[in-house]
Write a protein that binds this ligand. Structure first.
Ligand SMILES: NC(=O)c1ccc[n+]([C@@H]2O[C@H](COP(=O)([O-])OP(=O)(O)OC[C@H]3O[C@@H](n4cnc5c(N)ncnc54)[C@H](O)[C@@H]3O)[C@@H](O)[C@H]2O)c1
Length: 318
């Protein structure tokens, strides 16, 4: 933990052991910032993967790891000075959010956010960046999705992410916490979660197993490279308070086409099996990114380049 004489702001990253949170933490540490990462290493996917994500960070002098559950919010050891908070901790994933596990979604997505906001309201916070999801849009509105539409999530996960957005708004209006909400669109790249499509597809192609596609493959996604998401998130400190911004690639392709791209990059044919669409999955996602581009120089990268990195990572990660 940094000493009391050090007056630099502290960057607090929740969910720092996760797919995106670990990339964000690494970027902030490399830039020379003091970073405190919080994560309780939930069992949503293997703990060993999260430990691996933390490996480099744990060896850095300007990074401190707190293994804490945000619902208890025992953050007393975080230095009492200016804070920039990036709140990524959550229980992600649409398909698992039905039935009995909903309780976990309410806990990790809504309650954890409320506890963190309560803690933050008595602190000197320069920015509170809440990471939300394209899942809040549902499939009712026009495409590409704009931030000022009326979100209508069609999954319990989307409902919890929208509820947490609303909590952030309420704490901004009532307590002046300088909140910015970012809505990420399907993120991919090295360290992607094992329940996500590209991870499953690449693994199956490498192991010559069937690639299972939920639905008929014509559904489209706005896929966003993790490096672009990190760039936008770091720079979200420059965005106006109380506002919502899409963080997508601003383009979309079908799952079928994405598999063809993987086949080209991997030099192998995929054996595809189509199964029933999953409840809660949105037909199409497509981000209108004109709002964030009005404020930031945000230029997302092409899909092939980012996918090549994910393939390399999965080839090396046994
Ligand atoms: N991956 C995507 O495509 C995507 C798309 C849209 C939005 N998001 C959002 O981005 C954020 C990060 O997603 P990810 O894909 O990296 O997920 P992830 O599961 O890899 O990371 C989330 C981390 O939060 C931690 N966590 C969960 N509940 C916690 C709690 N109560 N206290 C402390 N730590 C807790 C988990 O242990 C995990 O390491 C999430 O908020 C997610 O909703 C992700």
């Amino acid at each position: 933990m940094p000493g009391a004489q050090d007056l630099r702001p502290v960057y607090l990253v929740t969910g720092c052991a996760g797919f995106i949170g670990s990339h964000l933490s690494e970027r902030l540490v490399r830039d020379g910032n003091l970073v405190v990462g919080v994560d309780c290493l939930t069992d949503h996917y293997p703990r060993r993967m999260k430990e691996e994500n933390l490996k480099w960070l744990r060896g850095q002098g300007n990074f401190t790891f707190l293994e804490e559950d945000l619902t208890s919010c025992r953050l007393g050891s975080v230095p009492a000075r200016e804070l920039v908070i990036f709140h990524l901790a959550a229980r992600p994933g649409v398909r698992d959010s039905w039935g009995g596990t909903f309780e976990d979604y309410v806990r990790d997505n809504i309650l954890a956010t409320q506890r963190l906001l309560e803690w933050a309201k008595d602190r000197k916070v320069e920015k509170f960046v809440y990471v939300s999801s394209s899942s809040v849009y549902g499939d009712a509105g026009e495409l590409p999705s704009k931030e000022d539409g009326n979100p209508k999530p069609i999954s319990p996960y989307g409902v919890t992410k929208l509820a947490a957005e609303s909590l952030c708004y309420a704490y901004w209006r009532n307590f002046g916490i300088p909140v910015v909400v970012l809505r990420y669109f399907t993120v991919y790249g090295p360290r992607q979660r094992p329940d996500m499509a590209f991870y499953r597809f690449i693994r199956a192609i490498l192991e010559d197993e069937e690639v299972e596609v939920y639905g008929d493959g014509t559904q489209t996604r706005d896929f966003t490279y993790v490096g672009d998401v990190v760039e936008a998130t770091v720079r979200a400190t420059e965005l106006p308070d109380g506002e919502i911004f899409n963080v997508g690639s601003g383009s979309r392709i079908s799952i079928k086409r994405a598999i063809e791209i993987l086949e080209g990059l991997m030099g192998r044919k995929a054996r595809v099996r189509y199964s029933d669409a999953m409840k809660g999955d949105i037909g199409d996602t497509y981000a209108d990114i004109s709002k964030i581009r009005r404020f930031l120089d945000y230029n997302p990268k092409g899909l092939e380049e980012g996918l090549a990195e994910e393939i390399e990572w999965l080839r090396g990660s046994g």
